[in-house]
Design a protein around this ligand. Structure first.
Ligand code: ATP
Ligand code: MG
Length: 399
């Protein structure tokens, strides 16, 4: 059967008091954004629900896309019929038939909002339940833990039926928590850090450091593709590509080898911070995880973080690599991240980077060069690409 609308329930939004309307509007817009290719859908937001009126559209793809939207706790396909018992029984049967799998269990939870309706809740449950049982083959009743909870709400204008609660992605609507700048390499970690920040309502701009000819166009494409995957969760994203070759060459020439990594990270952070300020963004995000590599020890953090006092969100800081990989696989970034194209850091990685760099030393090594000018140059020569979900297929066809 064709369902006629989808009922969407919120998670934490409900607790947000005065900001509620802003949250609901944001969520409604985010939902609309991922469904722009369905022009006949109609969206309606109320205090505690959002409804999507399907107007004849098929629900399969829409259901899949809704599962990725942060701020949704659960949602259900819904249908309605005239408030008349034979119509309700038939509609209930059709709804269950179209969603149930062999050996599913069900129960009916009726609610009588229209007190004039001749049957009470128990009678409704019984009549609808037995109609379904008689007319299906492998369904059984389970009142405690059914796979399908057929909810029937009888109102005077119509009766509304839902069968199944799909689990939403949880979190907060993207954009309700402002915006942060994600430092996105081609690796496994940073896209996951971006995803987890989106989950808590923070919208993203993305910055990537690119060092041609040491790094290839394919490395850049990889970052575009990773950004595209992230748009599934938060709509379009601005991707800033920073030319980083001049700075890396300068670091190689001026800084002792075991400190080049520390210096490189410091310059990245400086540039990201300058661009962040220009874009009026509040914080930075990285994919760092404590102790994972030489640049991610506490000592390295002290030496690197010294270049800015801007808050840096590090969602992966206490995660193991395995946990990060699990999320990367789930969100579809892992297979892109493992493409073999080198990023700028891999190529310049020294044989033995300092795991306990000293802040005074790295500052002194850098003081012989006017890095500030190079940093500003890099920011001024940024290439900005707007990455949208619609472009995903277009780009994929390049490979
Ligand atoms: P990732 O898997 O995200 O590359 P990593 O474990 O390889 O992380 P590093 O290479 O030390 O760790 O990088 C630490 C963080 O610095 C990255 O998570 C990312 O946020 C940022 N970063 C590293 N290289 C780049 C780059 N080329 N462009 C933008 N950000 C970068
Ligand atoms: Mg990396």
């Amino acid at each position: 059967m064709k369902f006629d609308h989808i009922l969407i329930r919120f998670g934490e939004i409900s607790t947000k008091g005065r900001n509620r309307k802003i949250f609901v509007d944001r969520l409604k817009n985010n939902i609309r954004d991922v469904l722009t290719d369905y022009p006949s859908l109609v969206f309606q937001g109320t205090r505690d629900r959002i409804y999507i009126h399907l107007n004849g559209e098929d629900h399969d793809v829409i259901v899949e896309r809704l599962k990725a939207i942060f701020g949704i706790q659960s949602f259900s396909l819904a249908t309605k019929c005239e408030s008349e018992i034979t119509k309700i029984k038939e509609q209930a049967l059709q709804a269950i038939k179209s969603l149930s799998q062999p050996n599913d269990t069900f129960k009916v939870t009726a609610k009588r909002a229209d007190k004039q309706f001749p049957l009470n809740t128990n009678e409704l449950n019984y009549q609808i339940g037995s109609h379904v049982l008689i007319n299906t083959e492998d369904l059984t009743v389970d009142v405690k833990n059914p796979t399908i909870n057929l909810r029937v709400e009888v109102r005077s204008e119509a009766t509304y039926l839902t069968c199944y609660d799909y689990k939403g992605a949880g979190g907060l609507p993207v954009g309700s928590g402002g915006k942060a700048m994600l430092l996105l390499s081609g690796g496994i970690d940073s896209p996951v850090a971006g995803y987890l920040s989106l989950k808590r309502g923070v919208a993203l701009e993305v910055i990537h450091f690119f060092s041609p000819p040491y790094t290839s166009e394919r490395a850049k494409q990889k970052v575009i593709d990773l950004t595209k995957e992230l748009t599934a969760f938060g709509g379009k994203i601005k991707l800033h590509i920073i030319p980083f070759t001049a700075i890396q060459e300068k670091i190689q020439a001026q800084v002792p080898e075991n400190y080049t990594m520390t210096s490189t990270r410091r310059m990245m952070l400086k540039i990201a911070d300058e661009l962040r300020e220009k874009q009026q963004i509040l914080a930075l995000i990285t994919g760092e995880s404590l102790g994972q590599v030489a640049s991610q020890t506490l000592e390295s953090m002290v030496a690197i973080n010294d270049v800015t006092s801007t808050p840096i969100i590090r969602p992966l800081i206490t995660m193991d690599k395995e946990e990060i990989i699990d999320i990367a696989k789930k969100i579809g970034t892992h297979e892109i991240s493992i493409r073999p194209y080198e990023d700028c850091c891999t190529i310049f990685t020294p044989a033995s980077p300092k795991t306990k760099p000293k802040l005074e030393k790295v500052s002194r090594f850098e003081s012989y060069v006017d890095f500030d000018e190079l940093v500003t140059d890099a920011v001024n020569n940024v290439e900005t690409i707007i990455v949208t979900k619609e472009k995903r297929d277009e780009f994929n066809s390049l490979f």
